[in-house]
Design a protein around this ligand. Structure first.
Ligand code: TRP
Length: 346
């Protein structure tokens, strides 16, 4: 790829908070799109370490999680020669840009942000086992503003994310509009792109797959672990193997819809399930096969990088350099637009 070709491509910025291993919900909701888009866009994938709560006093956990995210990305087939992997805090200009942009964001937009509201309620909830005894920090409250800075720093055109991130992309568009209108038109208004399966239910049937609930199937799970997790998966109200059931009540079908490439076979299973009944074992065996076929190539790629950590480090260093180059450009534009040259001759 020549330098010119890179300049001509439209830009993608998206990211993930490094909190642990990524799961098949991340894949169907976002990563699958990223892999498809990486050759047609100039892509920047951000590991958002400024945006993880619990950082202070537990930096080894964050360091491990950063590494884990990079490995997961390499495993799903993101190519660090096509795309740039950027650790957020290695481009500290994000913090500076956030400070300026925060002046363009009305506080009401944070107060009404539904994703932020739900996350803060979970943190405040004394019954939430993960966050017990914690309260919401200022840093958590303003993470959507940091995310605005991430996206605008890279002057991105497209932000492929899970559907819970849509309010943050809307906040970004609004901030860009205001800055462009009131200061100088330097930021594209980015579009969001949601993956094929906006939200995958957890293996326990909960509305969302999440690490804190322990209801995930992780990209790095072995074939045996996948088989075990599927075997104990929630499969609707109790039902005999030869008793008809309701497809809508059995989340195993949501997984088959999401991952089984043989659509005709899934249709046949659904039809038989409602007419004569299909055993949960048959459904789950099929799901195990499908998931393991999806994950096997990822396991192979992961093994290659696992045994060659210098490749991972190189990918992160290269991404950092590319990220810094763009941040320097953007910050020069922003400072010029804000007319911040205090030492200019009067
Ligand atoms: N907040 C996102 C998440 O929790 C991660 C993220 C950080 C992000 N910066 C971003 C996503 C910029 C898109 C664009 O998944």
């Amino acid at each position: 790829m020549t330098a010119n070709a890179i300049c001509e491509r439209r830009r993608i910025l998206t990211g993930i908070r490094p909190t642990g291993p990524l799961h098949v919900g991340h894949y169907a909701g976002a990563l699958e799109n990223w892999v498809k888009l990486q050759r047609s866009y100039d892509c920047y994938f951000l590991i958002a370490d400024y945006q993880v709560s619990d950082f202070v006093g537990d930096s080894s956990r964050v360091r491990n999680a950063v590494w884990e995210v990079a490995l997961d990305w390499l495993a799903v087939g993101l190519d660090p020669n096509d795309a740039s992997f950027v650790i957020e805090s290695t481009v500290p200009e994000h913090a500076e840009l956030m400070t300026w942009l925060a002046w363009f964001i009305p506080i009401g937009m944070l107060e009404r942000n539904p994703t932020l509201k739900a996350e803060m309620e979970a943190i405040d909830d004394p019954a939430d086992a993960m966050t017990k005894g914690k309260s919401v920090s200022v840093a958590f409250y303003i993470y959507p503003v940091m995310q605005v800075a991430n996206i605008l720093m890279f002057r991105a055109h497209l932000v492929p994310v899970g559907d819970d991130q849509l309010p943050h992309v809307e906040l970004t568009r609004e901030t860009a509009r205001r800055f462009n209108r009131d200061v100088k038109a330097i930021f594209p208004e980015p579009d969001a792109l949601v993956g094929r399966v906006p939200r995958l239910v957890g293996t326990d049937g909960d509305v969302k797959m999440s690490k804190s609930r322990g209801n995930t199937i992780d990209l790095k799970d072995s074939a045996e672990i996948v088989a075990r997790k599927v075997r104990v998966m929630y499969a609707g109200p109790p039902r005999g193997a030869r008793e008809p059931g309701s497809v809508a009540e059995n989340p195993v079908f949501l997984y088959l819809d999401a991952f089984d490439p043989d659509v005709a076979h899934v249709m046949d299973l659904k039809e038989r399930y409602e007419r004569t009944g299909v055993s949960n074992k048959e459904l789950k065996d099929r799901l195990t096969t499908v998931l393991n076929e999806l994950l096997e190539p990822m396991r192979e790629r992961r093994a290659k990088y696992d045994s060659n950590p210098s490749l991972v480090r190189e990918a992160l260093e290269q991404g950092m350099q590319r990220g810094r180059a763009i941040a320097r450009e953007t910050m020069a534009m922003v400072r010029e637009a804000l007319d911040l040259d205090y030492f200019r001759k009067r």
